[in-house]
Design a binder for this molecule. Sequence first.
Ligand code: NDP
Length: 482
Amino acid sequence: MGQNYIAGAWRKGISEIANINPSDTSDIIGHFAQASASDLEDAIVAAKQAQIIWAQTGIEARYNALMAIGTELMARAEELGTLLAREEGKPLAEGKGEVYRAGQFFTYYAAETLRQLGENADSVRPNIEIDVRREAVGVVAIISPWNFPTATAVWKIAPALAFGNAVIWKPANLVPASAVALTEIIARQDLPAGLFNLVMGSGSEIGDALTRHSGIDAITFTGSLDVGRTIAAAAAPNLTKLQMEMGSKNPLIVMDDCDMDLAVACASGGAFGGTGQKCTASSRLIVHDKIYDEFAEKLVAAAQSIKVGHALEEGVTMGPAVSETQLHSNQKYLQIAKDDGGEVLWGGHLIDQPTTGFYMAPAVIAGLGNDATVNREEMFGPMTCLIKASSYEQALHIANDTEFGLTAGIMTSSLARANHFRRNAKTGVVMVNLPTAGTDYHVPFGGRGASSHGVREQGRAAVEFYTTVKTAYVGLPSAMPD
Ligand code: NDP
């Protein structure tokens, strides 16, 4: 059984859950412990003590630990990517890519440990110097989702450790196997006992207890908007530092001067990659009416060419929905689209496979305005909506007409339009002639509006969340009293 890792030791929980392969529900990957409230208490007490030691540990020791974790992840990308694909349902190539990327996050932040420079200033008063430096925040709670179970967790864990913090990690209960695999690698490093803790359990129990705990100094969360709101309310009484990445409704504008084949490839990849279960998915395709019919036809052909199947099967380009709940949610949104007068141009039907899994064909929805439910709410499945626009100005207006603001893209050969869009899209990430999904690890990531709360993640921007600034005033000898 996969166990929790608390105060430097593996530990059974109060109960266990079965981890089921969404590509084959007869394949039970394993049973995984659920932490108790007292396990959580122990983890937080140990983390507090370990963090003090870690903050005083030399930066080369931190560098060595993070580098070793990153190097091992990259070396074992095939093996761990297979496990990830098996439990989450993403095709093997995507699973391997995710684990490799997780390794890159660790090596990137390993290097950042050696680049932590402060600032010095003269005081406005004579004979006083000012030293501005960053210190660790303390104990960081990390709550991660199932869709990128390794990468999302790691882009939080790596900077947390790099900048001197302790970690309590609660992964999503749908993906415990990759969480335990990652923890095994971290647990083998020379870290103070209790610096890194894995507490598995449901969000509504252990997640809730974690976010309400006064011993937590900072919470970083990726997941749904509703849960984000719950966490913000839970953290408020303690005024816990908070960073959250939540829902999205990313637009991709397709202009009449675009490269049509590139636009179709970007739209299809952005909408259906990762079974559409990406916060950066292209879920609203805003298409100029002059090319609408041709684009719609080609997009449907692209959707039809996607090979849906078992995540570990050779040649499969889209796996199943992650769970029965998610599949039902997808079907519910398709029904809402139809009830609202929309048309499913193709897809959305369930697919039989040799194994029992949550298989659904990618769907292209048309005929609805931007105010329709399917164009307002995050669906998180392989479904995308076509919206007509008669001008760039109208397309931009539609793109920005959403409560979310994570990523936005435009397909155009006009430099002027691309530049205008780059400056006027109300999102944290903008893509020009690229899919809305697919970001780098060394630059900031995050959104506006209901997509994000708090400072940016990834790249050097992560220092803002994982550290706190200290301003020290130092009186020089001549300023001292006699
Ligand atoms: P959730 O927001 O429910 O879950 C994300 C994480 O938060 C999980 O680890 C979950 O635990 C935990 N959690 C749930 N409730 C609480 C709580 N009250 N306090 C603390 N932690 C909690 O997302 P789901 O994974 O259930 O997915 C549902 C929807 O969320 C998707 O359909 C999609 O719309 C959206 N989503 C968006 C993501 C994004 O990147 N934008 C990523 C994932 C989901 P557990 O699951 O173990 O109960």
